[in-house]
Structures are given as C-alpha cells and as structure tokens.
Write a protein that binds this ligand. Structure first.
Ligand code: SF4
Length: 205
C-alpha cells in the first residue's frame, strides 16, 4: 500500500469537518461513551473508566512493523502507533505490559502535538506505508485531535484502525473518511467467553 492518492481526511481537514468532529467527540469525554462500555467517566476531569485513561493520549510505542498482514506492511513496513491501556483487557493479552499495566502506562501520556510528530516521523524518516493505530477504541477523540495537528504538518499516509472490534458505532461514524483500512480482530463468537475472558457481556452483538 503506497500513499499516492491523497486520503479523504485531508479534505475533511480543509473543509472544517475534522474540527467539528473533534468537538463532538471531546464533548463525549465528559461522560464517556467512546466505546460500548459507556462507563460515563468524566475523563476531562481525570476520572478513570474501565480503560483507565483520562483525556490525554497514551502512546508507549511508535515504530515500524513488518509483521502485519503483507498488504499492510508492504516492503517498508507499517508505522504502528500503539495506544496504552485497553477497553477490553482480555486475560490472555500478549501485550499485557502495554494494555493492562495502567499505572506504568499513565507515565506514557503525551499531548496531541507529540503524537502528531511521531506520525510524521514514521512517514518522513522511516518511510512507512501507513499509520497503524493499534488498540484505538478508547482513544478515538485523541486520534482525531492529533490528526488535526498532523495534516498541516504534511501527513498524507493512509490510516489503519487496528482494533479488537469492541467499538461504538457512534464513534466509528465519526471516523468515516478518516480511516482508510479497518484491521478488525474478532475476539469472540460467543458472549459467554467474552464475559469470562474480557468481562464484557455484549461483544458479539
Ligand atoms: S473509552 Fe474507556 S472510559 Fe470510555 S466508555 Fe470505554 S472503557 Fe469506559
């Protein structure tokens, strides 16, 4: 995948639509329903919901990744931006240190400007084919906010939404035209196992 065609999010930026979406998304952080858990935590004021995240994005790792599906990694690699903590917290998670060690992840909080700079680094210095957001479901407003900073800095790569699929439809609608590729894992085909291993009763629905 090579970023030769300008992604739709660039036009959304210049039309002002991206800014309008951020306003709507950030408002929802005051009684958080960004993912289907709908905890109602006031993340703007530092309250923590199930994902243990405030309004500040947590990005412990941003690096080139050659191990994604071949069409995503290509020859230069995918520019992965790992978000800290998680809205699902499966007991078998292979990225436990990143997804579930809430206390240490809080020390990795950054601001949208720093997140935008990491995206530009992956594009300009490491020549990645795309920006690949890993576990973004609880950080959708922050993702779009960073994009608002990154577009005028020259970001033009396709964006990949690499998700556990426990996503809010309302939040996904705000990503229309922003995300180019949805890389969606299917964790469960039974709510029984979703409840047992991720403490979620409605994963399948
Ligand atoms: S994003 Fe976090 S705080 Fe918001 S509803 Fe989901 S788990 Fe709760």
């Amino acid at each position: 995948m090579v970023g030769t065609v300008e992604p739709e999010y660039v036009a959304l930026y210049w039309s002002g639509e991206l800014a309008r979406r951020i306003e709507r998304l950030e408002r929802r952080l005051r009684s958080c329903d960004i993912c289907p858990r709908e905890c109602g935590a006031n993340r703007r004021e530092g309250e923590l919901g199930f994902c243990r995240c405030t309004h500040r994005p947590i990005v412990p790792v941003a690096c080139v990744h050659y191990g994604e599906e071949p069409v995503v990694s290509g020859t230069n690699g995918s520019g992965t931006v790992f978000f800290g903590n998680c809205n699902l917290r499966c007991v078998y998670c292979q990225n436990y240190q990143i997804s579930q060690d809430g206390k240490s992840q809080r020390t990795k909080e950054i601001d949208p400007q720093a997140m935008a700079e990491r995206m530009l680094y992956l594009q300009n210095e490491l020549c990645c084919h795309n920006i690949n957001f890993v576990s973004p479901s609880h950080f959708i407003p922050q993702l779009v906010r960073a994009l608002l900073t990154a577009v005028p800095m020259g970001l033009h790569l396709p964006l990949v939404y690499n998700t556990n699929s426990y996503d809010s439809i309302k939040s996904l609608r705000e990503l229309k035209g922003v995300i180019g590729v949805y890389l969606a894992d299917l964790r469960y085909a039974s709510d029984k196992w979703g409840q047992r291993f991720s403490r979620v009763s409605d994963y399948v629905s």
